[in-house]
Design a protein around this ligand. Structure first.
Ligand code: SAM
Length: 275
């Protein structure tokens, strides 16, 4: 008898993966956490039944959420990551030697604990002296921060449960306040096939708060629809005006200097969401 995990991405569509074994399953104080070993994508972290990250395709998301903003800013020193419990985003941020400190605010310590245990290549930078891990609510942290960060990355779950407040205009306004006068923020803003309204609202809110607001995309096979978006708000620096000779090799597997610009080229149906 074979075991399969299915994520219902909508009420009538989903993806399914053959599972060798379940490594962890716990109802934490915030969400249902499962870690399963899949045949195709290796170990897979699930929160409330949604794929968060897998050993095989994690690099796409983590490289793209980090390097596009960090190469857009001329000298990012102080970075905040909201969420990101698997550790992949801070791993990529730390590839930038200009970064003096990464503060990560993750609401659920169990995500960190089980990522350290079962996702060693993703969670490998926990314990780095440049990292301060705070187990707490990112929303609260943003509200009490002012003029503090060069870069803020919102690597949260979908806007349900503990992450519900992380996709509101008030939160984005709080981010603007927490950023320095030339700061940049990027939030993961889900997929255009099943969450078009979320993207439309996120980019519209960002446009009303930041002088530069852009959407960029990448392809993640285990995420809903396989097409993923990030919304960027920037107070001064335009990602499309970065000089290519400022982009060094990050020794990754997805992000390239050419892709830094190309990821902002949107298909027509996505352009209409950004109008
Ligand atoms: N890459 C994934 C995606 O795009 O859906 C996100 C991965 S990461 C595991 C998401 C993290 O956000 C989880 O560890 C979750 O506990 C955390 N999170 C959710 N709401 C939060 C909040 N209000 N403050 C801090 N962390 C939060």
């Amino acid at each position: 008898m074979s075991l399969w995990f299915t994520e219902k991405q909508t009420s009538s569509f989903g993806i399914t993966a053959k599972v060798n074994r379940t490594l962890e399953s716990e109802n934490t104080d915030f969400q249902q956490l499962d870690m399963v070993e899949t045949q195709e994508f290796g170990n897979m972290l699930l929160l409330d039944g949604m794929v968060m990250t897998t050993e095989k395709d994690e690099f796409v998301y983590h490289e793209m959420i980090a390097h596009v903003p960090l190469f857009t800013h001329p000298s990012p020193k102080n970075v905040l990551v909201v969420g990101g419990g698997d550790g992949g985003t801070i791993r990529e941020v730390l590839k930038h030697s200009s970064v003096e400190k990464v503060t990560q605010v993750e609401i659920d310590g169990k995500v960190v604990e089980y990522s350290k245990k079962h996702l060693p290549h993703i969670s490998c930078e926990y314990g780095n002296p440049r990292v301060e891990l705070i187990i707490g609510d990112g929303f609260e942290h943003i509200i009490k921060s002012e003029n503090r960060y060069d870069i803020i990355l919102v690597d949260s779950t979908e806007p349900v449960g503990p992450a519900a407040g992380l996709f509101t205009k008030g939160f984005y306004a709080g981010i603007a306040k927490a950023l320095k006068k030339d700061g940049i923020f990027v939030a993961q803003t889900d997929n255009p096939w099943f969450k078009a309204d979320l993207i439309k609202n996120a980019i519209q809110d960002t446009k009303e708060i930041f002088p530069i607001a852009r959407l960029y995309t990448c392809n993640i096979p285990t995420y809903p629809s396989g097409m993923w978006t990030f919304t960027m708000g920037s107070k001064v620096y335009d990602p499309l005006k970065v000089s290519i000779d400022k982009i060094f090799d990050i020794n990754g597997k997805y992000y390239t200097p050419e892709l830094h610009y190309a990821s902002f080229v949107l298909p027509k149906f996505l352009q209409s969401l950004c109008k």
